[in-house]
Design a protein around this ligand. Sequence first.
Ligand code: SIN
Length: 306
Amino acid sequence: MSLETIVGNIKIRNPLILASGVLGSSYSVLQRIYEAGIGAVVTKSVGPVSREGNPNPSIFALKDINGAINSIGLANPGYKHFRDEIKILLENNVQTIVSIFGGDVEEFNEVLVGLSDLSITAFELNLSCPNTEKEGMVLGTDPQIVRRIVENLRKKTESPIWVKLTPNVTDILEIADAAIKGGCDALVAINTLKAMVIDIYSRHPILGFKRGGLSGSPIKPVGIRNIFDLYEQFGEKIPLVGVGGIAKWEDVFEYILAGASAVQIGTALGIAHPENKIRHIKNNIQKFMKNEGIEKIANIIGGAHR
Ligand code: SIN
């Protein structure tokens, strides 16, 4: 029985990947999660310069619905300061996908080129953060800009390029098509949904930035629908990585059957003891595969379309 999966030309020892941002960007935490058995890790998004991000509170747990709403605002130390953390992860053989962002094509170029001497497993382009004025989602909602960014970066690195898509568009397929035409190696769907919470006593928005992005269990059906639609449209032309609301081993199979070759787990690892959660999900995946007679994860990718 094999849990191994392939995303483009990257072999990953199992389909579970730590989603960007959830456990910060310190190498020691990411390495611990990898040692607990996750297939790969995605770093917090890094940009051209350090950013403080949005005012606190920047994250709010929605306990009753097993979700969270955040407006971190791409807080990060800047790629020059982050290089050393990435280097240690790679030296310790941690499959490391580096999430990068920029406000325009030039900024994306600067970050990618500044890190391209490291043998990074893949770059994940964050074109989908809903929590900033200039970067992120604004770029990721325009197919022409998406294509231009991906095309430019494609010429600058041999490392695979993954594009993380926002669900906050009328037609995700149009944006995906632009990213594919630009030359990306995989699509990651979905980032958070635009959302907001208001305190009824103070009568003010709870988050410092007022608006934020919803993650966790409530968005899982939206993620599944997007992966299903992407797989139906593009089939095996482009590998898909599913993300959004994965908290249980069953969710992993749901995403794989919809068409994902791998999945990213975010909010659930921020809430629970992450190492235990990963072990639990992995063990149950193995049990289910055994019971169902599934020899390879790869055999059931897109199974819900057949
Ligand atoms: C943030 O930094 O605001 C969250 C990152 C994202 O949603 O891409």
